[in-house]
Design a protein. Sequence first.
Length: 264
Amino acid sequence: MTFRLAVCAEMVYGELPLIERVRRIHDQGFEVELWDTRGRDIAALAATGARFSSMSGYFGGSLTDSATAHEVLASAEKLIPTALELGVERMVVHPAELGEGGRAVRPTHRTTGGMWLTGLRTLEQLGQLGAQHGIVFALENLNTILDHPGIPLARAKDTLALVQALDHPNVRMMLDLYHAQIGEGNLIELVRAAQPYTGEIQVADVPGRFEPGTGEINYSAVARALADVGYTGVIGLEAGAVGGQSIEAGDAALAAFRAAFTPN
């Protein structure tokens, strides 16, 4: 098994400033995932020497809402210079706009054909934008049971269907296995089905959203399945440390993550 391992700097080492979190993650040999980069010192982040695998790719609008989809495209275009400065490979988008605490800005509990068509058209335009700049837009699946109620087309099978239908090289799936476990389960079959369309994978254990080994997911089996289908891309730890936000807890979480996805 040979995977590129990344860690979300937003969720570990909370007692440190973001720059120091990025440095610590980088010094341990991991790539770095970021969320919202607005208002941050991008030059200082770039100067850490870290490799940034992904960042949030929009900050307004809903990909599946015809009234606000243009905001997704406009905000994505504004974030392109930041992505290029940091060398980010993937810009993450969601099926609809997330507000405070990950809640839906405009909760929607019934999916329509128009939402599917709007989502597909918006993704196509994002793909064209990505092709111009050598960046992949990654559509992330979410769970609506616990973390993101009211987000339409959030299930992994729906995000995969959209990406598969478009089949654009600059639009791929951010396959989040934490969200998929809560909403759907059957993770090994999911990673097999999604493999041709997966740009990056995110992991955390269930329940709790902590590092592998703290919950019910057999990540060693998932790792073997990923190796079997030939996945060699990024696996990102988007999880908190079960021991809290201290340096010691973060180090332990990163070590457990590495062990789950490193061959014996």
